[in-house]
Design a protein around this ligand. Structure first.
Ligand code: ADP
Ligand code: ZN
Length: 438
């Protein structure tokens, strides 16, 4: 059966119509941020640009970029374009140091987000007949609530399981006959392996569709998940600053993710800070065209990808983004959660008795990522009793837990024992890279 299209009028517009809609919405959003966000008014004045200079989407490169640092400088609510009384929801994801990146939504933003996720899930084949098992985390992280509202908008039966407790998840998949599942791809594979280990055959589950995202994954991983669970597995992309999941969604053609261009204008920016032609890899950069709570102009995600606006056989006309092929910064994604080495460093500087000489060992046990923080003891005033070392380890773990949102194991090392290299220290050892077979 051919998949339905949630909103054919918007998803199948001609490229000319897309240009028209984007131009009109860009004019409006530029006016809004100029009037309501001091950060943007100052930036535009510095560049000598006024809202009158922005007549169509072709004027986009007159506008300033926005960076993670800008969000940090305006933490927590300085980028909001409406009074707090109109903000009905706040989400956050990891920032580069102790402070998270915050996003504020009006009720209209939440409504559009639900629409975009409904589009995305419909794109995967999900309809109101489906039972959707949401195993993304619920909370400040956008995954859980994003998938939840989208599935609910379609009219599907939503099971808000959230993350963790794999045996219970398997029980619920069996008992509630979920036909679709939304979670990170690594968790999907973990579930698949546990299902196989429990001796449950794929025919005994009712699953048909998987909507997986929040972290990079490969074609090989897709094949394995599809084969083990007997489903079609598609890629969903998003980020908190722009909306959360459902900024772009892969269609069943499996040839890129359609970026919902009536809401998000996407560019790929090259090393020279100029927009690249379609097909050229660059830093994926979004301008939100309809956000009210926290509109962003030309937000640099640091995700690397290419774009393709050629027609897609699914009938949708929105530009397709390749899978994310890498990052331009040092952000790590551990179990779908963003982690910056600078966050770890920040946490370590707050604990006396150790040096900020550290190394992160990222690995994968089974299908799940692990992170170990190895840190050197300070040469002076060294803890030497077993009890003292245990307490120190616990203090470091507590400090890490408050600034890094994933669990990290701590290993204390003798002073001077971590490898020194000439020039830049090698802080990150990512052993997952050697396990590319999935
Ligand atoms: P999310 O809830 O989507 O993980 P975050 O704001 O926590 O949102 O993280 C956003 C980042 O996660 C993106 O900039 C990107 O690096 C990564 N990410 C999200 N979805 C995907 C995906 N489908 N493929 C690769 N990376 C992704
Ligand atoms: Zn398509």
């Amino acid at each position: 059966m051919e998949n339905m299209i949630w909103n054919p009028r918007m998803e199948c517009m001609s490229r000319d119509e897309i240009h028209e809609v984007q131009s009109e919405r860009l004019r409006a959003v530029v006016r809004r941020v100029y009037e309501n966000v001091p950060f943007y008014r100052n930036k535009m004045q510095e560049l000598g640009v006024s809202p009158m200079d922005i007549q169509s989407i072709d004027d986009i490169d007159k506008l300033p970029f926005t960076t993670k640092q800008d969000l940090r400088d305006n933490y927590p609510f300085g980028m909001f374009a409406v009074p707090l009384s109109q903000i009905t929801r706040v989400h956050a994801s990891s920032g580069t140091t102790g402070k998270p990146c915050v996003a504020g939504y009006t009720s209209g933003d939440i409504d559009r987000w639900a629409e975009n996720m409904a589009r995305s899930m419909t794109c995967a084949g999900i309809t109101k007949q489906d039972v959707v098992h949401v195993a993304y985390g619920y909370g400040l992280f956008t995954g859980g609530l994003g998938a939840h509202y989208g599935a609910e908008r379609i009219g599907a039966s939503v099971i808000p399981v959230s993350g963790g407790n794999t045996q219970r998840q398997i029980q619920l998949l069996q008992d509630f006959h979920a036909t679709a599942i939304a979670c990170t791809p690594s968790y999907a594979l973990n579930l698949a392996e546990n299902i196989a280990a429990a001796g449950i055959k794929k025919g005994e589950l009712s699953l048909k569709y998987g909507v997986f995202g929040a972290e990079p994954w490969s074609e090989g991983m897709r094949e394995r998940i599809e084969d083990m669970l007997g489903i079609i597995a598609l890629d969903v992309y998003g980020l908190t600053e722009i909306q959360g999941p459902g900024v772009a969604m892969e269609c069943p053609v499996k040839n890129g993710l359609h970026v919902w261009e009536d809401h998000f204008y996407v560019e790929t920016i090259g090393k020279d800070d100029k927009p690249q032609a379609y097909g050229e890899q660059g830093d994926v950069t979004f301008t939100t065209l309809t956000k009210q709570g926290m509109p962003l102009l030309r937000y640099r995600t640091h995700d690397l990808a290419t774009l393709d606006a050629a027609p897609c056989s699914c009938g949708r006309t929105h530009v397709r983004m390749s899978r994310i092929t890498g990052r331009t910064d040092d952000m790590l994604i551990i179990r779908g959660v963003n982690v910056f080495p600078s966050q770890v460093e920040f946490a370590l500087t707050r604990v006396p008795g150790i040096t900020p000489n550290y190394q992160l060992i990222i690995d994968r046990v089974g299908t799940l990522d692990t992170m170990e923080v190895q840190v050197e003891l300070a040469p002076e005033g060294m803890e030497d009793t077993v009890r003292g070392l245990e307490n120190l380890t616990r203090r470091i773990e507590e400090q890490l837990a408050s600034s890094v949102l994933v669990h990290c194991k701590v290993k204390l090392c003798q002073p001077g024992s971590l490898p020194r290299s000439e020039g830049k220290a090698k802080r990150i050892i990512d052993l997952r890279k050697d396990k590319k077979n999935i």
